[in-house]
Design a protein around this ligand. Structure first.
Ligand code: SAM
Length: 330
């Protein structure tokens, strides 16, 4: 049985599909505020064909992302179609979604009913005014909170919150997020800021690092580190009374490339083997020219073999990725 493996022996079983690079938020650390979509969107059937071939090569987890994936009409039907795929073990692939949550309240239940297992909602502040300054959209906080609550209500489990901290901007939100995980019964995950933004504002100093987050959060309540799976990107902690969980994804201070299990498909159908890839691979062009499933499989296997060993964030001579986060799919 052919399973995707790269030349460093890493098994690839985690697929992210960006279904649009449009976004209804203009988060200051991600967008310039002027740029809209830069790349095409494909019909869902094209992504579905790619996903079917990849699931046949060992993918077990599919995450839909963007841009903002909930801007695409037809996402519920797409999830329903993805849920009909079967992994090499004969199981339904795990299906997850990363969203800013703005349009989530209405659609959480239909998505769950269609086969969505989990949702991650991005929130970089838990107070409405700060939230608006970050997203550059007024009154978003209430909609996102409603989306988070509707997801829990729908039985999407766990509901995770992604928060990117920037020094001097929202690092004071660490403890409020500690309270939020306890009150809302969601898992809060802090992500170290990576140099993948449109405005090129990244510096090592702006990154709020894992050690600092743990130290600050421990001033609120004692934390205990939890065991985590080898391929899991987040270090996990719970409060010592057992209420509330936080995770820290630390690609800058504690890179986890050695057990990366991911590949990505961009909204325009390119295969990317690393967030920091200097180029991507045009799977859709092959499809458009009428390639058979066998030809596409051959192409994917060869591309994945050459997955980059690691990223080079913060090293001299660091070469920025060929696309920024919003155009890759985070
Ligand atoms: N629109 C959806 C959302 O807001 O979750 C999906 C796309 S967004 C690009 C995915 C995630 O990437 C968000 O949690 C966002 O905060 C994170 N992100 C964006 N730029 C980042 C950067 N430079 N470093 C780390 N995370 C980033």
């Amino acid at each position: 049985m052919l399973k995707l493996t790269d030349n460093f022996g890493r098994s690839i079983h985690d697929l992210r599909i960006s279904i649009t690079d449009r976004c209804n938020y203009r988060c200051v650390y991600c967008r310039t505020g002027t740029n809209g979509a830069a790349y095409a969107e494909l019909p869902f059937d094209d992504y579905l064909r790619m996903a079917r071939i990849l699931v046949g090569l060992g993918i077990t987890k599919i995450r839909l992302t963007g841009g903002e994936p909930l801007l695409r009409k037809g996402i519920v039907e797409f999830v329903r179609d993805l849920a009909k795929l079967r992994t090499l073990d004969g199981k339904k692939p795990e299906i997850a979604l990363t969203t800013n949550g703005h349009l989530l309240a209405e659609i959480a239940q239909p998505l769950k009913d269609a086969g969505l297992d989990r949702v991650t909602v991005s929130m970089d502040a838990v107070d409405p005014e700060r939230f608006a300054r970050i997203t550059r959209v007024p009154n978003g906080y209430e909609s996102v909170l409603a989306g988070v609550r509707a997801s829990r209500q729908a039985g999407l489990d766990p509901v995770k919150i992604n928060c990117v901290l920037l020094r001097g901007f929202n690092e004071d939100q660490i403890i409020p997020f500690g309270m939020f995980t306890r009150e809302e019964r969601v898992v809060v995950r802090f992500i170290e800021f990576m140099p993948l933004e449109e405005d090129r504002v990244w510096t090592p100093e702006i990154v709020v690092r894992l050690d600092e987050i743990v130290e600050r959060m421990s001033e609120y309540l004692p934390l205990e580190e939890m065991t985590h799976e080898h391929s899991e990107t987040a270090r996990r902690y719970r409060f010592s009374d057992g209420v509330g969980e936080i995770g820290i994804i630390a690609p800058v201070s504690h890179p986890f490339c050695g057990h990366c299990s991911r590949i990505r498909i961009t909204s325009d159908g390119k295969l990317r083997t690393c967030l920091f890839s200097a180029w991507d691979h045009n799977l859709h062009e092959l499809m458009r020219r009428g390639a058979t499933d066998e030809k596409l499989t051959e192409f994917i296997v060869k591309v994945v073999e050459k997955k980059e060993e690691r990223h080079h964030i913060g090293e001299p001579g660091f070469v920025p990725a060929s696309r920024t986060m919003v155009h890759i799919g985070g």
